[in-house]
Unconditional design. Structure first.
Length: 284
């Protein structure tokens, strides 16, 4: 082929058209990419399928006989499910932190940022896929709960509100995960930080045992723990427990309102910090 022919061929090749797309479509594309990743590695669903079911069965059948609760029509098994739900949705921060750190380390975020897309699409897509990931765990636990005797005993709207509160809390936890995932330099560091913080927070609450049997100072810490407000909210909205005792801390006297306030406050404080940390990490 002569030089003139090669120039003719190059001249006839047109660059592909770059179409303008909005933030929503770009974010949904990243969500699709993350879901395909889960499809090819189904073991990534173990933390929202096998692990919650294992917790439900262990606490319901192994420890349930030694833990007494009052005000629950279905006993400890029914009372337990709200706590397992709260713990699982709190661990959505863990999921997004590990996933984001892995994407940054592998250069996937850099490749996405080289494309003509909104930089926020990376975080929005990651947060949406993580929320879907955690929602799978809520569905699995709901089905497991039905098998062991859990029931929704109040109205439909109250039940929906309980699930909405769980998703709102998951959204706030995702921003914590983005913050930690952007600040830590490796997946191992993320695992260390999240395990040493999230496990004490989720256990030092009313998730698995009532707080009224704790020593006074420990009970105060547990009742002011925002996880306790979330868990009590879903239990009351599902009709799985009665009102908090008169001597309970203020957050447990108004658990639904307290959960909404905690969710808004955590998002308002952590989201700017997470965005700043992500921008700083991806610039270097």
């Amino acid at each position: 082929m002569t030089t003139q022919d090669s120039r003719t061929v190059r001249a006839g090749v047109e660059r592909p058209e770059i179409r303008e797309t909005g933030l929503l479509r770009q974010s949904l594309t990243i969500v699709r990419r993350n879901l395909i990743h889960i499809k090819r590695m189904p073991e990534m669903l173990m933390d929202v399928t096998i692990q919650p079911v294992m917790f439900v069965l262990l606490f319901a059948f192994v420890f349930g006989g030694s833990i007494q609760v009052s005000g629950s029509p279905g006993g400890y098994r029914e009372w337990l499910l709200g706590g397992i739900m709260g713990q699982t949705i709190a661990f959505s921060s863990f999921i997004v932190a590990v996933g984001l750190t892995a994407d940054i380390d592998k250069g996937i975020v850099d490749r996405m940022r080289s494309l003509p897309i909104n930089p926020a699409a990376v975080l929005v897509g990651r947060s949406m896929s993580s929320l879907l990931h955690s929602s799978i765990g809520i569905v699995v636990m709901s089905l497991t709960g039905l098998l062991i005797g859990w029931r929704i005993r109040d109205g439909f709207l109250d039940a929906v509100l309980a699930y909405v509160l769980l998703l709102m809390w998951g959204f706030a936890m995702i921003w914590i995960g983005i913050w930690v995932g952007s600040a830590m330099r490796s997946v191992e560091a993320v695992n260390g930080v999240m395990f040493t913080t999230m496990f004490p927070i989720t256990f030092l609450a009313n998730t698995f045992a009532p707080t009224d049997g704790m020593t006074p100072w420990l009970r105060t810490v547990a009742e002011w723990n925002p996880i306790s407000s979330l868990v009590l909210s879903v239990r009351q909205l599902w009709g799985n427990t009665g009102a908090a005792p008169d001597d309970a801390a203020l957050p447990l006297q108004h658990p639904v309102l307290t959960t909404i306030i905690w969710t808004v406050a955590i998002t308002a404080v952590v989201a700017p910090l997470a965005l700043r940390s992500f921008q700083r990490r991806t610039r270097t």
